[in-house]
Ligand binder design. Structure first.
Ligand code: SF4
Ligand code: SF4
Length: 466
């Protein structure tokens, strides 16, 4: 076996690759992968059907500018929560990548999941790898057209279900599936033009992505795929071929191990199972989504020929090349963990501390103040009240007592439905004999009928203009 120092080669992209027909393999990592992928797929399909407080638990209602997430209502001014959430997710992904490599790509990315589904359809209709390659090369006849049509039809159905599920997060399952109209004798779903357009776009995108783009999306378009090599270091988990153990590769008689050969029997099984069509023995490649299919395939071969498993395995550069233990517990992991825990803590605190009632006080822009018939100075305001709970509430407005100032309301109580906003005109009167000249701070408090929710805001009462 070769004992020369080895450096893991890094390969550039090959955009001229032919269509990949992977062989489906069984093994430990593929089982974990399938559980992860189908769990996430089921979550995506089921979540829009879950109800919370008589409303779709997760609904991104863009038309009314309201997002509902399990009993929490978010208005446009709350969207910083989502921005913060995405920052945390991006940081978590970065941290996971530094330590565990591209686990997201191999085990959870929608592109991987849908490509896997589409490739399974091809396998189901045509057969395993060799049959699919032969099928591609075969001349077109009626049987080929029929099989291709069946594949395209199933792909289309999967794409349509995906698009409908996507849109149901925005439109709501109720409106999407149970709102029908009749055009003559034919019942048709009562979808707006926008809904139809988005169903069309998502169906097309899913079909093209999973049917044709596949690994090209990961290698040429996805920014994460392009950047991941920058995040890798010597202790990052990677799927790698043990060059020193495997080379020189070559076929041999069963049950033998010629001295001049390494452990790789050149069966090419690792290449045949690769969903992106690369040869892991060539080194680190951008196309490698670290799905570990080649690990399972090679382990199966090693078992068959009676060699130890792990010729292709999850390892790190430090372990494989420098023959040292991987340094997992470094100052970096503590720093990253503390930062991530801090960010999640801040998000949870702001979410739980948030009062689902919003008020905004705007002064009448036309006039600073006016004098009424009784000789009192009047300031006018608009108090915008938004009920951000999932229940109906009656709200009252009160002013913090202030000598010489009194509050006048159009209604004593304001009933608001869940998510509803109302601009309430409010006037404050001041007796010029009692109040200070100039500006006086005033505080208005809006309270729900049972006192559960209460928010105060300050503004100014002014005598200017008199
Ligand atoms: S599966 Fe293992 S033995 Fe077969 S070619 Fe790949 S590395 Fe060599
Ligand atoms: S090289 Fe191995 S781990 Fe990488 S994508 Fe191919 S099969 Fe998956």
């Amino acid at each position: 076996m070769s004992a020369q120092p080895y450096k893991i080669p890094v390969h550039e992209l090959d955009a001229t690759k032919k269509r990949v027909h992977p062989r489906f393999v069984k093994g430990k990592y593929q089982n974990i992968r399938l559980v992860s992928m189908y769990f996430l797929l089921a979550l995506f399909l089921i979540l829009p059907w879950i109800k919370y407080d008589n409303r779709q638990a997760i609904l991104f209602d863009f038309a009314d500018q309201r997002f509902y997430v399990f009993g929490l209502t978010f208005l446009p001014q709350d969207f910083y929560f989502f921005a913060f959430f995405f920052i945390i997710s991006a940081f978590a992904l970065f941290m996971v990548t530094v330590y565990a490599g591209r686990v997201w790509c191999g085990y959870a990315c929608p592109q991987t999941i849908w490509t896997h589904l589409y490739q399974h359809v091809e396998k189901w209709v045509i057969g395993d790898r060799n049959k699919r390659i032969k099928f591609d090369k075969a001349p077109t006849d009626a049987k080929k057209i029929a099989k291709r049509s069946l594949i395209y039809f199933i792909w289309f159905i999967i794409a349509l279900i995906t698009a409908l599920t996507f849109v149901s997060y925005v439109v709501g399952t109720q409106d999407l599936y149970f709102n029908w109209q009749s055009a003559g004798a034919i019942p048709l779903p009562n979808w707006s033009g926008m809904t139809l357009i988005f169903i069309g776009i998502f169906t097309f995108a899913t079909y093209v992505n999973a049917g044709y783009m596949r690994e090209h999306m990961c290698t040429h378009i996805c920014p994460y795929g392009r950047f991941q090599s920058v995040m890798f270091d010597k202790d990052t988990l990677i799927v790698s071929y043990d060059y020193n153990r495997g080379e020189p590769r070559g076929p041999r008689k069963k049950g033998t191990h010629p001295d001049h050969l390494g452990d790789c029997i050149e069966c090419t099984m690792c290449v045949q199972v690769c969903p992106t069509g690369i040869d892991i023995r060539d080194g680190l490649q951008v196309e490698c989504i670290q799905c570990a299919a080649c690990v399972d395939a090679c382990n199966e071969i090693m078992d068959k020929v009676g060699y130890p498993r792990g010729l292709i395995r999850y390892t790190t550069e430090r372990q494989l090349v420098e023959n040292e233990d991987t340094k997992i517990l470094s100052w970096r992991i503590f720093a990253y963990s503390i930062l991530l825990a801090g960010l999640i803590g801040i998000l949870l605190y702001t979410l739980t501390d948030r009062v689902p009632l919003e008020i905004d006080i705007r002064r009448d822009r036309n006039q600073l103040s006016s004098m009424n018939a009784q000789g009192l100075i009047e300031n006018s305001y608009i108090v915008k009240i938004t009920n951000k709970t999932q229940d109906k509430h009656n709200y009252t407005i009160a002013m913090e007592p202030q000598d010489g100032l009194s509050l006048q309301l159009r209604f004593n109580e304001l009933p608001l439905d869940p998510g509803e906003s109302y601009d309430m005109p409010v006037s404050i009167y001041g007796d010029p004999a009692v109040i200070n000249k100039g500006q006086t701070p005033v505080t208005l408090t809006v309270t729900s009928e049972d006192g559960t929710y209460s928010v105060s805001k300050e503004n100014i009462f002014t005598t200017q203009g008199q």
